[in-house]
Design a protein around this ligand. Structure first.
Ligand code: NI
Length: 252
């Protein structure tokens, strides 16, 4: 085959691959059948009836949030984003999309300080600025607080109570910020996943976002429904200032 023929052939193959054939184009559009995914969205998941798990993403919206949202949408999975106000301000479109696509947004401070080392006024300021930023970006205010590093004390609890918010920690971590390795993140998450679990992850870790399609598929294959934190804690009747899961030595 001459060089020219070869390249013409290559062009022809590419063209065939990219252009829908006449048969495909002329296929009559079938009457749209009700989509199971759409029907499932209308029925809220009842975590008393099915196995639920909440994936939570902290410190964002991170720069890979868009890819993560695409993946969640593809697998009809919901997540909870504990947002850092400074990034809400920087990337408001992601926050708007999170809310629009049925995910939950929580408050994770404005600049990520250790709340247990701050005066109440400073904690209030961190929380309020993030509430305001989320409201501005997406029209809603977070109803859950996750203090930076998951660190809480009585004073943090009191300030959370002023805002009417329970404090959400996690049942287990993916250790994604530490390993930054797709396989390790998948392995660790699958090892700690349990019914009604709340898993800590980060959407600024690229490997977490890269692991997500395969991880979600595997979790769903094991029967997990990926839901928001509020879906999981519905039965806990958490009051403002309560912490869940309870830190060691705590009573709500
Ligand atoms: Ni954090």
């Amino acid at each position: 085959m001459s060089r020219q023929t070869k390249s013409l052939l290559a062009i022809a193959i590419v063209t065939v691959a990219l252009t829908p054939g006449p048969a495909l184009a002329q296929t009559p559009t079938p009457t749209p059948a009700p989509k199971p995914a759409a029907a499932a969205k209308k029925t809220p998941v009842d975590c008393e009836q099915v196995k639920c798990l909440a994936l939570t993403f902290d410190d964002g919206p991170g720069k890979y949030a868009g890819t993560l949202l695409d993946t969640l949408k593809k697998y009809d999975a919901k997540a909870t984003f504990f947002l850092e106000g400074q990034y809400v301000k920087a990337r408001p479109a992601y926050v708007k999309r999170m809310v629009k696509e049925g995910h939950e947004v929580g408050n994770h401070s404005y600049t990520h300080p250790d709340f247990t080392k701050l005066e109440p006024a400073a904690i209030r300021n961190e929380i309020q600025k993030t509430q305001d930023a989320v409201k501005k970006a997406a029209g809603v205010e977070p109803k859950l607080l996750r203090p930076p590093y998951g660190l809480v004390d009585i004073q943090v609890s009191d300030v959370a109570a002023e805002f009417g918010m329970p404090i959400i920690i996690w049942t287990a971590g993916s250790r994604d910020w530490d390993t930054k390795d797709v396989d390790a993140i998948k392995k660790q998450t699958l090892a700690v996943a349990e019914q009604d679990g709340i898993i800590l992850m980060h959407d600024w870790v690229k490997q977490t976002v890269d692991a997500m399609p395969s991880l979600i598929k595997t979790l769903q294959g094991k029967g997990y429904h990926l839901v928001t934190v509020s879906d999981i804690v519905k039965r806990q009747n958490l009051q403002p200032g309560d912490a869940f899961p309870l830190p060691e030595g705590w009573e709500n």
